[in-house]
Design a protein around this ligand. Structure first.
Ligand code: 13P
Length: 253
């Protein structure tokens, strides 16, 4: 039985004070919610304050990226060890916005995921096709290539700290969500590939989140699908009430 994992990806939103206000609200309202794991991913600069505020809570502070080198002349980058030191316990890698605007490749995403795991963090590896790729019948081919690159450095011994996020690019920030059946089809395919790489039983323990216009109104139906184990939430994670409703919809049991 996989515990659903719901993470709010705040992207380029929230000052430190705004982040603290939101996380305090989440902490107060989610303290007694069981059967679901929760995380928030603020900007790098808000991680220390958010992590400190969450110290006595089960909500995880997550990072939105993780560079693959430990240290050196890499202006602007943040290492896994630095993220762990700041209080993060998970790092999102390979988000489609990083791929689209900042040149992340399948190979680089694999290096980032490996570095996050090596630093003791969990890695949320994002994959997903564009609209042109879906319309061209290439969805599974793209997902396979992104998965192969993203998992290249992750051994079976570390899969308890591996989460996959399937985020079809055409559903991100567009209000256009994949239907539960469309998402489930790809999630099942991803789990099959995970089974080929790590063995069927181990693959059965890996959480696969769905992301792309997840809202309180659609979360329950998506997460009810057999291979959908939570959500990576953008816009709807910026408002406490919406995110809390999504977390509650994801509870298992
Ligand atoms: P939206 O929920 O705003 O579509 O964003 C999804 C996403 O990119 C989460 O990482």
């Amino acid at each position: 039985m996989r515990t659903p994992f719901v993470v709010g990806n705040w992207k380029l939103h929230k000052t430190i004070n705004e982040a603290l206000a939101l996380v305090t609200d989440l902490k107060n309202h989610l303290a007694s919610v069981k059967g679901v794991q929760v995380g928030v991913a603020p900007s790098f600069v808000a991680i220390p304050a958010v992590a400190k505020r969450l110290e006595d809570s089960a909500i995880a502070a997550c990072a939105q990226d993780c560079f693959w080198e430990i240290s050196g002349a890499f202006t602007g980058e943040v290492s896994g060890a630095m993220l762990a030191d700041a209080g993060a316990t998970w790092a999102i890698v390979g988000h489609s916005e990083r791929r689209q605007f900042f040149g992340d490749t399948n190979e680089n995403v694999g290096k980032k995921a490996k570095a996050a795991i090596a630093a003791g963090l969990g890695a949320i590896v994002c994959i997903g096709e564009s609209l042109a790729e879906r319309d061209g019948g290439k969805t599974l081919e793209i997902v396979d290539a992104q998965l192969a690159g993203g998992l290249a450095g992750i051994e079976r011994a570390s899969i308890d700290r591996l989460v996959i996020a399937y985020e079809p690019v055409w559903a991100i920030g567009t209000g256009r969500t994949a239907t539960p059946a469309q998402a489930q089809e790809v999630h099942a395919h991803i789990r099959k590939r995970l089974g080929e790489r790590y063995g069927a039983d181990p693959a059965d323990t890996i959480r696969i989140q769905y992301g792309g216009s997840v809202k309180p109104s659609n979360a329950e139906a998506l997460i009810a699908e057999r291979d959908i184990d939570g959500a990576l939430v953008g816009g709807a994670s910026l408002e406490a009430a919406d995110f809390i409703a999504i977390v509650k919809a994801a509870r298992s049991g």
